[in-house]
Design a protein around this ligand. Structure first.
Ligand SMILES: Nc1ncnc2c1ncn2[C@@H]1O[C@H](COP(=O)(O)OP(=O)(O)OP(=O)(O)O)[C@@H](O)[C@H]1O
Ligand SMILES: CC(=O)C(=O)O
Length: 573
């Protein structure tokens, strides 16, 4: 398992000076990689080696005694191996694509700390995504993981159509972008997915390919064709995303009148609902209306709760951030497209504003894209990438998303390992420095909610003051765990729920390790005992350790059923 030293991936690197060569660091990494499970697939992770019968984690009646004897997996194993002071609270989201979509790779990602799998509906057909969902479900069922599934809509993206292979765009070369069938145009021609492309473009506009991988200036138009000259050279990939900009006082994307949810998106959303995913991430949100619209659609059709995450990635969304956060179940700062639509130097301040607002309003906040971009092709991150991840962790975001690094990169497992290592090390530093505390306004509108919020704030403060080993809570729908997570206590939050879907949802939230436990027939004290037993079995708690327990149980009080809420300071029995 990862050491809490440097950035997790390489203990050797911790001792290197800033002048250490990449070669030295790489050599240290390579030594570590041989030992580390889940790093590049060199050694089989323990869960792969374990017999299938020894992998169920749930404390359910169907698997009672055995489940308590199981070894922990994923984040639980990180907790058990590292001790509570050096364990990860930031959740990791991995985009699934050809580089990591096999059952074996998915399992290694789960072992390596993937909490949520992101499926980008801009790529791959329904059968492809159904297959990935099926493999993740099987992994959760057979091996006891709670990897949640997030489907991400394509949205009103303008992109070039399929290419048989990437095209090298040399500086000064001219290319044609057209709405005609590409087969009908000459060489160096790309078909574009947006019918009004030629009308919306004028000479002098900049075409930004894949968020800046290649930039071209429009030099002419001929009917449906737009001719552009390469200014910043690079590689143009199949289905590359296109944004067009006109320089002026502000930089605006010109595809602003496209619908937020296209006909294809609705078909994709129906598939996500049919598959019963945990999260739908809506791309290119402009205002709160599209979130409301999608939420009511999902609520009317889905047989389970599906959270809607608003992706902030367009210049239209930025002025409406407050109202979008208000209605969304969570927010993703999608820096790839955002940085192509607003001047990229504004991305850090927009990210910070969104993170702070979300934390104040108790909404999960996720940061995506370019975290370890160089690891697409190189097994070591740049120091600037490490610093960017550190900055996100210091802002105490709930989750970080790897995109191309895992979906299509050469080092998916290593990228996840580096992200996990950096997050873990920086969190330790944050705890030491006590950064990132916020004064949180109350958000609940119901009396019951307000009581629960106060209770959780008190529990988190008590746990910090006493340096408790963990905060425990029992939660059916996840609210208590959400309130606790929002307070960002130093100790891990162990949330016990009787629903697998709640367990998966909680896997996105900062600091929460969700477990499934049967509640029926157990009173408050019995639940606590069950929880202690489960934690001891997994090596997550030892007798005598101090924990803070938040509970709210329905109980008969003098012949009347009432909800008894409490914060208890307990020693593990
Ligand atoms: N299901 C998939 N099938 C094939 N390739 C994929 C798939 N998912 C992701 N990829 C590849 O990984 C790259 C990075 O993934 P990512 O999800 O960031 O896509 P993107 O095209 O940049 O779109 P977005 O703006 O939604 O992030 C993609 O450009 C694509 O090449
Ligand atoms: C993740 C994503 O969609 C983006 O960064 O644009």
């Amino acid at each position: 398992m990862l050491s809490a030293q440097f950035a997790g991936a390489a203990p050797g690197a911790a001792q290197c000076s800033g002048r250490a060569s990449r070669a030295v660091v790489r050599a240290a990494r390579a030594r570590k990689a041989v030992k580390a499970p889940g790093s590049g697939g060199r050694a089989p992770p323990p869960s792969l080696a374990a017999p299938p019968s020894a992998t169920a984690l749930e404390l359910a009646p169907s698997a009672p005694a055995k489940a308590e004897e199981q070894a922990p997996l994923g984040l639980e194993r990180e907790l058990a191996d590292n001790g509570f002071r050096s364990t990860r609270r930031t959740k990791l989201v991995a985009t699934i694509g050809p580089a990591c979509d096999s059952a074996e790779m998915l399992e290694q990602l789960a072992v390596g700390g993937m909490n949520v799998a992101r499926l980008n509906l801009a790529h791959g057909g329904h059968d492809y995504h159904r297959g990935v969902v099926e493999r993740i479900r099987k992994l959760n069922k057979d091996k006891g993981f709670a990897v949640a599934i997030m489907m991400d809509t394509e949205g009103s993206e303008v992109h070039i159509m399929d290419l048989p292979s990437p095209i090298k765009a040399e500086k000064g070369a001219e290319f044609t972008f057209t709405v005609r069938d590409a087969a009908t145009c000459a060489a160096n021609c790309f078909a574009v997915s947006y019918d009004a492309f030629a009308e919306d473009t004028q000479p002098g506009d900049m075409l930004i390919v894949d968020g800046g991988m290649v930039s071209l200036e429009v030099v002419g138009k001929a009917g449906p064709d737009v001719i552009a000259r390469v200014v910043d050279p690079g590689l143009i990939l199949s289905r590359a995303n296109l944004v067009f900009r006109r320089m002026g006082k502000t930089v605006r994307a010109r595809n602003a009148h496209l619908p937020v949810i296209s006909a294809k998106d609705w078909r994709d959303i129906d598939m996500a609902i049919e598959q019963g995913v945990d999260f739908i991430a809506l791309s290119f949100v402009k205002s709160a209306d599209s979130i409301r619209n999608l939420k009511s659609y999902v609520e009317s059709r889905a047989s389970r709760q599906i959270s809607v995450v608003a992706k902030i990635e367009s210049c239209d969304a930025v002025p409406n951030i407050a109202e979008i956060i208000e209605v969304a179940d969570g927010v993703m700062v999608a820096r790839g497209d955002l940085g192509a639509q607003v001047p990229f130097e504004q991305v850090p301040s927009i990210q910070k504003e969104i993170v702070m607002r979300c934390r104040q309003q108790g909404k999960p906040v996720i940061v995506a894209s370019h975290l370890l971009e160089s690891m697409h092709t190189v097994p070591t991150p740049t120091r600037a990438e490490v610093s960017d991840v550190a900055d996100c962790v210091r802002q105490r975001v709930d989750a970080l998303v790897l995109c191309g690094e895992t979906a299509a990169g050469a080092y998916p497992l290593k990228s996840l390992e580096v992200l996990r290592g950096v997050a873990t090390r920086i969190e330790e530093w944050v705890r030491e420095e006590r950064h990132g505390r916020l004064t949180l306004p109350q958000i609940s509108t119901t009396a019951d909610g307000l009581v629960s919020e106060e209770l959780c704030a008190a529990a988190a403060m008590t746990a910090d003051a006493l340096q408790a080993r963990a905060v425990l809570c029992f939660t059916r729908r996840g609210y208590m765990a959400g309130f606790l997570s929002r307070c960002r206590p130093d100790a891990p939050i162990f949330a016990f729920t009787d629903k697998q879907e709640t367990r998966q949802m909680l896997n996105l939230l900062w600091g929460v390790s969700p477990f499934r436990m049967e509640f029926d027939g157990a009173d408050g004290e019995q639940r606590i005992h069950r929880a202690f037993k489960l934690l001891k079995t997994r090596g997550l708690a030892s007798p005598g350790e101090l924990v803070v327990v938040v509970s709210d149980v329905r109980q008969d009080v003098g012949g009347v059923e009432d909800t008894i809420r409490s914060v208890q300071v307990r020693r593990v029995l």
